[in-house]
Design a protein around this ligand. Structure first.
Ligand code: P6P
Length: 338
């Protein structure tokens, strides 16, 4: 559960939490602190631009498509440039993979032992023009020493160290999963835009009754998933209620605080689809956040974090994410017990 800070609680910044985590070496702390500062600095800039978007005329389309074949919004590009510049300036990021760029950005001036970052700089772009929640999603990886320079993101020889997202909504939240814990911070616009939180870990509540999915695709899903969705609405005790924002960050954040399961199953021919969410910069970070919050993320069969990416750095996966009780129930009902 997430406890609101009580009056008088001394609030902490994400950097202070990292400096206090026991399981990180000083070398990793020295890399992670400036990287997390770059993410929150980029988040402040994006929050300011998003909140003034209609006045600045930046809520529309950029008039081109990204590698995913999706229409790029002006704020997608601004997000790409904002976070790429902030991360490059740290000189602690060796390489940046982004949804908005076909190939990773390599920072030759950075620390040769720098970390890898994969990001979706602005997720849920279709919500921008209607003032609905959107977010930025990040995964931070450690390079393995055996990797050749040109093979930074290739193969499976890297380890995810942290997952994080920024939610631009009624308030701007920063959620960070690191060293076996998940932490929640809120931006204080009146205090120079600093992100502050209790420093206490956040956990999914059990017994949640929310499911989040786009049911218009239900006819395309495997029969077992169609039956599960029918069951949660009719025969399950208690029945579940549907909440779907259309932005992964917004749906996952609500489900983290209230208890709910997010489902984006494979579409197309049952059992042959690949889902929509991207493995490296959407599913992986959300899977780490779920895991460190007492939950799990899977592709409907296997844990997301057990999936080794292939050569396609923008590979998609089905995503089932939420608290252990609800995801386990889904897997049991669809014939793939965890
Ligand atoms: P649909 C946004 O485009 C996104 O990648 C996720 O943030 C969101 O959960 C999902 O796709 C929405 O997809 O097909 O329901 O519009």
């Amino acid at each position: 559960m997430h406890q609101e800070p009580k009056s008088g609680t001394r609030l902490k910044t994400p950097e202070e939490v990292i400096l206090g985590t026991p399981g990180l070496s000083s070398d990793l702390r020295q890399k992670l602190v400036p990287i997390i500062s770059a993410l929150t600095r980029g988040g402040k800039i994006m929050a300011s631009l998003i909140s003034r978007g209609p006045l600045l005329g930046i809520t529309g389309s950029a008039g081109k498509e990204n590698i995913q074949g999706e229409e790029v919004q002006t704020l997608d590009r601004i997000g790409q440039d904002t976070f790429c510049q902030a991360l490059g300036q740290t000189q602690k990021v060796r390489e940046l993979l982004s949804e908005e760029e076909p190939l990773p950005t390599f920072f030759p001036e950075s620390d040769p032992d720098g970390l890898l970052v994969a990001m979706d700089p602005l997720d849920g772009s279709s919500n921008i023009s209607v003032n609905a929640s959107i977010g930025s999603i990040f995964a931070i990886f450690r390079r393995s020493r055996t990797q050749e320079p040109e093979d930074l993101f290739g193969g499976d020889r890297r380890e995810i160290l942290a997952g994080a997202y920024i939610l631009y909504s009624a308030s701007t939240s920063f959620v960070m999963a690191i060293d076996q814990k998940t932490y929640l911070f809120t931006m204080d616009p009146s205090f120079g835009g600093e992100f502050l939180g209790t420093g206490e870990p956040v956990f999914f509540p059990s017994g949640g009754k929310i499911y989040s999915t786009n049911e218009s695709y239900a006819p395309l899903w495997e029969q077992g998933i169609q039956d599960y969705i029918t069951w949660v609405k009719t025969a399950r005790q208690p029945v579940m209620t549907s909440r779907y924002i259309g932005a992964l960050v917004g749906d996952l954040h609500r489900n983290l605080l209230k208890g709910g399961i997010y489902l984006y199953p494979a579409e197309g021919v049952p059992g042959k689809g690949h889902g929509k969410l991207r493995l490296l910069y959407e599913a992986y970070p959300m899977a780490l956040i779920c895991q460190f919050s007492g939950g799990i993320a899977t592709d409907g069969v296997n844990p997301i974090l057990s999936i080794k990416p292939g050569s396609d750095l923008h590979a998609r996966v089905p995503l089932i994410a939420g608290p252990m009780d609800l995801v386990s129930e889904f897997h049991k009902r669809t014939g793939h017990p965890l």
